[in-house]
Design a protein around this ligand. Structure first.
Ligand code: FE2
Ligand code: FE2
Length: 497
């Protein structure tokens, strides 16, 4: 689910340089790709002849620079925080370049109608959001149009065919974005991929259109019908590569990460079962809260599964894993205990980054306690010390939640732990506790750096109360059943036997 960031993070000198370098390098790469295609298509002599009129290449280059600059301007005004990460721009350029190469190869070596025109749109859709996918689809079609028109490399282009392919690309991409944005199963992906082929198939079937592919109508029709499935196939193969390279996540990645057979979930189950059960309840609460305020529910669920992954380093130091009653903190100073507890946030961040899991999960690990103090050990330290104990020593290092998802996890985490310890789990009491937890976090300024509103916090409070009263419902007092007479029945049966 796409959310446009309203808050603009400041740009460092490093950000400006790295983004500029990415844009310049990719203009050079695209130009070299164009030259490579001319060279492959026309051979050494044809390559020289192509430059007999140097204006052709100069015009291509100027238009290429123009549309790359348009891309920069779009992100500058639409999503500056996305543009700020040089890796994001590099990812988009890499998708464009791969899609251009694949389309060129299909057109040259197989059939021009087989070109997977929606590949770039699909990859960008699943790695970013709908808005970016629509824009990138347009830029991809323009770039492919420039390659087609200026190189003439694809089979026997007539004057208008490049324009038709541009229209085909725009419509295939738009259909792919609309139909596949919520696709959750591979079968649906396969079936819907044929719908993406429609614009190409319609163009082939139109009697007045002659794109001059040289193949029979039937072959062209079959190839156009397969262009969508080919795009879906390449998308399925490339998506995990992009996810790993750029630490991004899609629905498929989240489903993989929350599977109980995945590496870290298996580790939690075996090494920190208490933390695992806590994570499950937090994930249910977080998912309900995200749905209630129209955030990405699946992302909230995945982040909740992993928020305490840092506890894997020393699971026995956390209450929920002390089933046998041994508490290693009994032998430690309050300061050392607090340091161990605090470390799980940074340990989680490092563990996630080291394993190349999505950046957003790592951020939630670091931010889910914000800069809150660990009051239990702070209170303990005050008892043991005569002088003042600086509270900063007992605070988590932060940062405070930077996103609504991180804020949701912070609230769900605190409320689950508090509700577990409650003896009276009536709705009124749970509501009081949840309200206090959210109020305390607000008083500590924990939501100052994310865009969550008071209205959303109220929705979250009610959702958490509903979820918690569902999970930890008050135990029903069953009426005592008298077993009087039961013994007589047993005796009767014995006698019969
Ligand atoms: Fe935690
Ligand atoms: Fe937690």
């Amino acid at each position: 689910m796409e959310k446009k960031s309203l808050k603009l993070l400041s740009w460092s000198k490093h950000d400006i340089i790295s983004v500029s370098v990415v844009y310049v390098v990719n203009i050079i790469l695209l130009a070299m790709l164009f030259l490579g295609i001319i060279r492959i298509n026309y051979g050494a002599d044809g390559f020289k002849n192509y430059f007999a009129n140097p204006n052709t290449f100069t015009n291509f280059l100027m238009l290429l620079v123009l549309f790359v600059v348009v891309t920069f301007i779009y992100f500058y005004f639409e999503d500056r925080n996305f543009l700020r990460g040089a890796a994001n721009s590099e990812m988009l350029f890499l998708i464009l370049e791969i899609a251009v190469v694949v389309c060129y190869a299909c057109g040259k070596y197989v059939n021009i109608y087989l070109r997977p025109l929606s590949l770039a749109a699909l990859l960008v859709l699943f790695l970013t959001n709908t808005r970016t996918a629509v824009f990138l689809n347009f830029i991809f079609c323009i770039i492919l149009f420039l390659f087609d028109s200026f190189s003439g490399a694809n089979v026997a282009f007539s004057d208008y065919s490049a324009v038709l392919f541009f229209a085909m690309g725009i419509s295939s991409g738009a259909i792919a974005i609309y139909f596949l944005k919520d696709v959750y199963s591979r079968l649906r992906l396969l079936l819907l991929s044929f719908v993406i082929s429609l614009p190409a198939a319609v163009c082939v079937a139109l009697p007045m259109v002659d794109l001059g592919s040289g193949d029979s109508l039937l072959i062209s029709l079959v190839c156009s019908a397969l262009s969508g499935p080919l795009a879906a196939l390449l998308f399925t193969a490339l998506l995990p590569v992009f996810e790993a390279l750029f630490k991004k996540a899609s629905f498929f990645k989240y489903a993989e990460l929350t599977d109980h057979k995945s590496k870290f979930i298996r580790k939690l189950i075996s090494q920190a079962p208490g933390t695992f059960n806590h994570a499950i309840v937090v994930s249910n609460i977080a998912e309900a809260c995200a749905t209630a305020i129209e955030e990405d529910a699946l992302l909230a669920r995945t982040c909740a599964y992993y928020h305490d992954i840092g506890k894997l380093r020393r699971p026995e130091f956390f209450k929920e894993n002390q089933a046998d009653g041994t508490n290693p903190h009994d032998d430690l100073t309050p300061e050392l205990s607090a340091n161990i507890i605090k470390a799980h946030a940074t340990d989680g961040y490092q563990l996630v980054m080291k394993n190349r899991l999505p950046q957003i999960i790592a951020d939630v690990c670091a931010q889910h306690h914000g800069t809150l103090p660990i009051l239990y050990f702070y209170g303990k330290a005050q008892k043991f010390t005569d002088g003042e104990v600086p509270i900063s020593q007992y605070c988590y290092p932060g940062p405070k939640p930077q996103t609504k998802i991180a804020a949701i996890i912070m609230i769900a985490d605190g409320c689950e732990a508090a509700a577990r310890a409650l003896s009276d789990r009536s709705r009124e009491n749970v509501y009081k506790v949840v309200k206090k937890i959210v109020g305390d976090r607000m008083a500590w300024g924990q939501f100052d750096e994310c865009e969550i509103t008071l209205k959303e916090l109220n929705i979250i409070i009610n959702t958490v109360v509903n979820s918690l009263t569902g999970v930890y419902h008050s135990r029903i007092e069953y009426p005592k059943i008298s077993f009087e007479g039961a013994e007589d029945v047993k005796d009767e049966q014995k006698e019969k036997n």
